[in-house]
Write a protein that binds this ligand. Structure first.
Ligand code: THU
Length: 129
């Protein structure tokens, strides 16, 4: 299940640029029509400019014209599965709504969440009306 999405996240993780934290993260987002975009974390010597894997993936997808996302996978090589950080949750909510978030690691653990459960009471464009 979701094997192509997981494969894309795994391959992206190999491309992570994380010389400062050495914490390599891969992500991939999937559209309703089954297209997949990968992303990895890209760190910067000015640490705050680092971009997470999830945002790299979703921004690439949107830049390529993709819309209507259904799922985002995130892979790490630690026993603890890594959920999207707060900034990524906000960005994913704005662009994707209530996505399925699939977390897994190289040890074979996996868990799935709804973004609405990870980001209760979100701010979004409706507040700008
Ligand atoms: N990171 C991600 O790419 N995604 C997450 O969900 C959590 C954190 C990255 C940012 C940074 O390059 C490294 O992991 C350590 O925080």
């Amino acid at each position: 299940m979701h094997e192509a999405l997981k494969e894309a996240a795994l391959a992206a993780r190999q491309r992570a640029h994380a010389p400062f934290s050495r914490f390599l993260v891969g992500a991939a987002v999937e559209t309703a029509d089954g297209r997949i975009w990968p992303g990895c974390n890209v760190e910067n010597s000015s640490y705050g400019l680092t971009m997470c894997a999830e945002r790299t993936a979703i921004f690439s997808a949107v830049a390529a014209g993709a819309r209507h996302f259904v799922r985002c996978a995130v892979v790490v090589d630690t026993p603890k599965l890594t959920p999207p950080c707060g900034a990524c949750r906000q960005v994913l909510w704005d662009l994707c709504g209530d996505l399925e978030i699939v977390l897994f690691n190289l040890q074979g653990d996996e868990a799935a969440y709804r973004l609405a459960d990870l980001l209760p009471h979100p701010f979004d464009a409706t507040f700008l009306d």
